[in-house]
Design a protein around this ligand. Structure first.
Ligand code: NZQ
Ligand code: ZN
Length: 390
């Protein structure tokens, strides 16, 4: 196991009715004037925004609202949010929604208290030194942004996605009521669960040896999704299954599964170019990229892939030919994504093979590599994209 630091300061309030305590938590974490930030309207239609407002009012807190965050959140709304927060003297950002809304909130939080352009952080030009606190009321189990220090924003000037992460952006609290996720359409539910699995894959396929504890945690999260996702697709109001999925989403990405091991992240970065260019759901893009990446890198450590097949999918170990077992695990992964309605090829996603040079260009891969399990240069990234076409 590698040396590591693990810092996860987020306070969790999990369960039915917890959104009605939003005001209490904002106050507890020092907020006076709040920006309520939300997405395209699902939280308004469900009455959630009204409940959150009532909860803030009960605590005597004032607020302004800014909706309109799109999936794959855009830089334009971040600038708008920053301006609003400065004008109104906002000192706390409350994200009500999914990963896109939380990520947009984090960008506003660091941008409001920075003299320059917030994009400096996402382009690698500067490091954030302070931030407004961010809290969230989560409405979809997926990105894990409720307990991660990361944020992913699409720059509208060129339509490319960039991630930025720092401890300052770790949310101070996450309110997680599984009931709020019951209104998710099946495609969004499956796409969120694919993202959860992908966050585990990025950590599971590692070169670090002797990481039994995190291997087992990873396998547990994966097996949970494999068991619970079909249940909620069958019955969207299955509270227990929704609850297990929601906590799995946090466990998959607050880094409890990644402590002490090298992580990969090539598939995520290759996917980000897909969701930036085609505006597809991030999870759907991952369902396309991961089986291709697995196929491409499998020979680097056949035994790890065989272990994955046996422990996660229940495949039988072929001791004479572990490669067969490894391949079976990848095939089972792809078949599972298909069975829950996810695309598993460029064609099914609506992506085009002839756009690969464009994807490589926005990835800015020249002169550097992606990933750590296997380091992929331009040629290798292109090969993975090509494998994903079919
Ligand atoms: O905008 P509304 O109307 O709310 O609709 C959303 C949106 O269309 C809908 N939705 C959310 N909760 C709902 C609901 N519809 C009905 N009922 C509900 N309860 O679902 C759609 C997707 O929402 P979004 O926030 O985009 O989903 P997700 O949580 O999957 O976030 C995806 C974004 O997170 C980034 C991705 O790149 C992508 O931009 N990521 C962020 C990470 C992080 N910060 O740590 C890590 C991830 O790997 C990921 O890259
Ligand atoms: Zn992800």
């Amino acid at each position: 196991m590698d040396n590591f630091t693990f810092y996860s300061p987020t306070y969790f309030a999990f369960g039915k009715g917890t959104e009605n305590e939003a005001g209490h938590y904002v106050k507890r974490f020092g907020g006076h004037k709040v920006l309520i930030h939300y997405g395209g309207g699902s939280a308004v239609r469900s009455g959630l925004i009204d409940r959150v407002k009532a909860s803030l009012e009960k605590e005597g807190l004032s607020y302004v609202v800014l909706g309109g965050v799109k999936p794959n959140p855009r830089s334009g709304l971040v600038y708008e949010g920053i301006e609003l927060c400065r004008k109104e003297g906002v000192d706390f950002i409350l994200a009500v929604g999914g990963g896109s809304t939380i990520d947009s909130s984090k960008a506003i939080a660091v941008g409001t208290v920075y003299d320059g352009d917030f994009w400096d952080f996402y382009s690698g030009k500067a490091q954030a030194e302070k931030s407004l606190p961010v809290g969230s009321v989560l409405t979809i189990a997926a990105a894990g942004s409720e307990a991660s220090g990361g944020s992913v924003i699409t720059n509208e000037n060129g339509m490319y996605k960039r991630a930025y992460g720092c401890e300052l952006m770790l949310p101070v609290f996450a309110i997680m009521n599984p009931e709020l996720t019951m209104s998710l359409p099946p495609y969004q539910t499956a796409s969120g669960c694919t993202d959860i699995m992908a966050h585990v894959f990025e950590r599971y396929f590692t070169n670090t040896k002797e990481v039994e504890i995190t291997d087992r945690l990873c396998e547990g999260v994966l097996k949970t999704i494999i068991k619970e996702l079909p249940k909620v697709l069958e019955n969207p109001n299955d509270y227990e299954a929704r609850a297990n999925i929601m906590w799995a989403g946090t466990m998959a990405h607050n880094d409890i599964c990644g402590a002490g091991r090298e992580q990969d992240w090539a598939s995520h970065n290759l996917e980000h170019e897909l969701s930036a260019l085609y505006d597809c759901a991030h999870g759907a893009g991952l369902a396309v990229m991961f089986p291709a990446w697995m196929t491409y890198v499998m020979h680097h450590d056949v035994n790890r892939f065989a272990q994955f097949a046996v422990r996660v999918w229940g495949c039988e170990m072929n001791y004479q030919n572990p490669e067969e077992t490894a391949k079976e695990g990848i095939a089972r992964t792809k078949a599972f994504f298909h069975s829950v309605g996810m695309p598993t090829s460029f064609e099914e996603l609506g992506a085009k093979e002839e756009d690969i040079p464009k994807l490589l260009e926005t990835l800015q891969i020249d002169g550097r590599t992606e990933g750590f399990f296997v380091k992929l240069g331009r040629k290798e990234c292109e090969a993975v994209y090509r494998l994903a076409c079919r």
